[in-house]
Design a binder for this molecule. Structure first.
Ligand SMILES: [Zn+2]
Length: 186
């Protein structure tokens, strides 16, 4: 369930995790070992500025992507102009998750653009020289966003430091573009 209130979509799983965390507390050494290889749960927090929809969800746990959560992400990042839903590349979801951790923020990404259908992209490209005709947005491999609690310059710098794909800086429009194509900056 996705709603404007940003409610958590998987209460049963969250209860389970909360219980697991309580049991795990005394096991200090394994906890430290796990921390060294990354988080056991990967989460995203998205706020689509066009639709007003908010989603905060764990999408990866214990080595596996969670199908339902990926479906919700795909929906929130759909082409809002045509309502077309397209799979978002999990590498992109991992990239923005890593970026969120690097910036040490719990805030939701303010999403300007996720998936774009070829029709939408062509319409945008004809109006703006800033929109590529073969945009990775059409493959679910790119996202444009900002963060409410970090300035755009900080976000841009952190995104570039990951060296994980393309990063574009659009200060006049108020967003940073990241994609999981070749590493390149503009
Ligand atoms: Zn973009």
């Amino acid at each position: 369930m996705i709603s404007d209130s940003g409610n958590l979509p998987h209460p049963s799983r969250r209860r389970f995790l909360a219980g697991a965390a309580a049991f795990a507390t005394p096991l200090i050494l394994p906890g430290i070992a796990r921390a060294a290889v990354g988080p056991q749960v990967r989460t995203v927090a998205l706020h689509n500025l066009h639709t007003g929809e908010k989603l905060k969800t764990a999408y990866w746990e214990q080595g596996r992507y969670i199908r339902d959560a990926l479906g919700e992400i795909n929906f929130v990042l759909r082409d809002f102009r045509t309502d077309e839903v397209h799979p978002i590349d999990v590498r992109l979801i991992d990239l923005i998750q890593t970026l969120r951790r690097k910036l040490d923020t719990n805030a939701s990404y303010r999403v300007v653009s996720g998936y774009r259908s070829p029709k939408t992209n062509a319409a945008l490209a004809s109006k703006s020289g800033g929109v590529a005709k073969k945009s990775l947005h059409m493959q679910g491999m790119a996202i444009d966003f900002s963060l409410p609690d970090r300035d755009l310059r900080t976000l841009h710098k952190a995104a570039k430091s990951l060296k994980a794909g393309g990063v574009g800086y659009y200060p006049k429009s108020g967003f940073v573009h990241v994609d999981v194509g070749a590493v390149r900056y503009w």
